[in-house]
Design a protein around this ligand. Structure first.
Ligand SMILES: Nc1ncnc2c1ncn2[C@@H]1O[C@H](COP(=O)(O)OP(=O)(O)O)[C@@H](O)[C@H]1O
Ligand SMILES: [Mg+2]
Length: 602
């Protein structure tokens, strides 16, 4: 359908050539240089691989020479066939051994560099503050971590060495043709340009089309993935025919792209066989005349044809490798972006050391804060609060008032815009965030349960805790009673593919985690909607165990919790509107009294 005229092909080829040497492409290739620090530690292996590459290339290029000797002296000359075969055999041995060694060394470097790169990118991601993940899709990070690193691996672990080998093959083949017969060499050079160059451009188009077809397949599986995860909704709305059509469209698209690719591929195969073979026949014909005329020996002609084949093969592989290298350059660029991301929250050059203490005093000093993604809206304003050692302070207020924000700031996931927060008298910004967070136990509103057994899930609070300590914490959090009833008790696998826990059970696991960590400061974000009355009472008792004897800041939704707090802080639109004991506030008839009368604390 859209077969193009040779003129169009040539025009596109010119455009592509221009694009290939354009500054953008050169900059892109420059990205590969950033891999140097990852390869540098394996310098020794790299040199070894290079030496083996030279050796195998030399052996490979020696094969036609050996044939020439065999034909001219072995057959025609009539003597010493055995010696010539021994020579060929020795070349084969060297070639094989050197190739195996090179393949092993280069693949080893590729795998090692990829593993190091993956680990470095992951480390960088783990150090990013939550703000980073507000703008970066985790799915994208994952695909870079797997897809892009694999591209880099292809290049470092095979394409580069293949490219280098093909380059030696190409350059060596050219030189040897020139040595064997300068006249035939000039003819072959012209043929090479006429036949191979168009083939290269077709090959590039083919690669682009294969990528496109891969993308289309990914599209269709994205559609399917989304729908299959929502089967009950699809069926409830009887939208199966609609979804079928949507998927079919995606499938047809990928079919059309695949067919376009196949058409180009068929053309390429035809051109390759016809062009290369035709060219070889032509050179053979010229050479045969020279042999008949006595200007050239039969062996020389045979070796010449072999060198021509070697050269053409080298060019073909080089073209292929070039595409891989460009793609890997793009992948490297993206990976380096992830690697060079600076965490917005970092430890100061010389962090202050927190005195070892089981006490925590927290002071918010006229704190103001706006989320970086919403700089116009203040999330907290003039937030001023002093929480004494061992005190329980409850934050209450309507949804969106800024309660969770106060927790985020206290854990230093964000920095305050003005004012400051002190932990045991030290500004949070003068502390190593990890040292600070080691002092804090958090029970989030929606606790995370990892794909691991109950032991491991609770141990997340203190990785070195023994089984006894884990069970004690689970008992205190009232998690023990449901864990022992699971099929394998504490060894039951929890999480996505394993057992599903209810909201209240998940929360009690999180409380056990915090109790096991035994931190001086406890932050509790109470859950409400997820819990029925019974598990609410259980969670409540678990929480009380956790709060014993430590400073606790709690976002309270339940009247029971609020009653037990030493002080209540009522927030509205990021400002503290009331502060006092529960009894005082109930009497004062303010926002809290109103919320409480509705039984609606948050
Ligand atoms: N990551 C965020 N980026 C931008 N705005 C946010 C973010 N998290 C919360 N907010 C906004 O900040 C305000 C306070 O939110 P939050 O502290 O979660 O309230 P609460 O916990 O009291 O319900 C809300 O207006 C909310 O929309
Ligand atoms: Mg909240």
């Amino acid at each position: 359908m859209n077969e193009r005229t040779p003129d169009q092909v040539a025009a596109e080829a010119a455009r592509e050539l221009q694009a290939a040497v354009a500054p953008a492409a050169r900059r892109r290739l420059g990205a590969l240089r950033q891999l140097a620090p990852f390869i540098a530690p394996y310098r020794g292996r790299l040199l070894l691989a290079l030496a083996l590459l030279l050796l195998s290339s030399a052996a490979f290029l020696g094969v036609p020479l050996a044939f020439r000797g065999l034909i001219d002296h072995g057959f025609v000359g009539g003597g010493g066939i055995g010696a010539h075969f021994l020579g060929l055999f020795a070349i084969a041995l060297v070639w094989g051994a050197a190739s195996a060694g090179r393949f092993y060394q280069v693949s080893w470097i590729g795998e090692r560099v990829t593993a190091d790169l993956r680990s470095a990118v992951y480390r960088s991601m783990l150090s990013q503050s939550p703000q980073y993940f507000e703008t970066t899709q985790t799915g994208e990070v994952l695909s870079r971590l797997t897809g892009d690193t694999t591209l880099v691996q292809t290049v470092v672990g095979s394409s580069l060495s293949m490219g280098l080998r093909s380059f030696f093959q190409f350059a060596g083949g050219l030189v040897m043709m020139l040595v064997v017969s300068p006249k035939l060499f000039s003819v072959t050079l012209v043929l090479l340009l006429v036949v191979v160059v168009p083939l290269i451009w077709t090959g590039r188009r083919l690669r682009r089309l294969s990528r496109e077809s891969q993308d289309r397949i990914a599209d269709s599986s994205a559609v399917a993935g989304e729908v299959l995860n929502a089967i009950p909704t699809v069926q409830a709305y009887t939208n199966e025919p609609f979804e079928q059509r949507r998927f079919d469209r995606a499938v047809e698209n990928s079919f059309a792209t695949a067919i376009r690719r196949t058409r180009v591929r068929a053309l390429l195969t035809g051109g390759m066989i016809g062009g290369v073979f035709g060219g070889i026949v032509f050179v053979l014909w010229l050479g045969a005349q020279a042999v008949v005329g006595g200007a050239m020996s039969g062996g020389a002609l045979a070796s010449f044809v072999m060198y021509a084949g070697i050269t053409a093969g080298g060019v073909g592989v080089l073209a292929e490798v070039w595409g891989d290298v460009m793609r890997a350059a793009g992948a490297t660029e993206r990976l380096m972006e992830l690697l060079s991301a600076q965490p917005t929250i970092a430890a100061p050059a010389a962090p202050q050391v927190l005195p070892a203490s089981q006490q925590a005093r927290v002071r918010f000093e006229h704190v103001a804060f706006r989320y970086p993604s919403r700089p116009q809206t203040p999330a907290l304003e003039d937030f001023d609060l002093d929480i004494r050692e061992g005190e329980t302070v409850a934050l209450v207020g309507p949804s969106g008032a800024g309660k969770t924000t106060a927790f985020q700031l206290l854990q230093r996931f964000y920095d305050v815009v003005s004012g400051r927060i002190l932990f045991n008298g030290i500004d949070l910004r003068d502390l190593d965030p990890r040292a600070l967070r080691a002092q804090i136990g958090l029970v989030p509103q929606e606790p995370v349960v990892f794909s691991a057994d109950a032991f491991e899930n609770i141990r997340y609070g203190r990785p070195d805790a023994g089984d006894e300590a884990v069970i004690a914490a689970a008992r205190a959090a009232l998690a023990d009673e449901f864990i022992v009833r699971l099929p394998d008790g504490y060894k039951t696998f929890l999480g996505e593919r394993g057992l599903r826990l209810s909201g209240g059970q998940r929360q009690r696991i999180a409380i056990a985690r915090a109790i096991l960590k035994n931190p001086p400061l406890l932050l509790l974000d109470e859950a409400t909607s997820a819990l029925d009355a019974e598990s609410e009472a259980l969670v409540q008792r678990g929480l009380e165990a956790a709060m014993q004897g430590r400073t606790t800041l709690i976002i309270a939704h339940r009247l029971a919790t609020v009653q037990r707090a030493d002080r209540l802080v009522v927030l509205e639109h990021g400002r503290i509107v009331e502060i006092g004991s529960p009894a005082e506030l109930a009497r004062s008839g303010g926002l809290y009294a109103r919320l409480a009368s509705l039984q609606l604390v948050a």
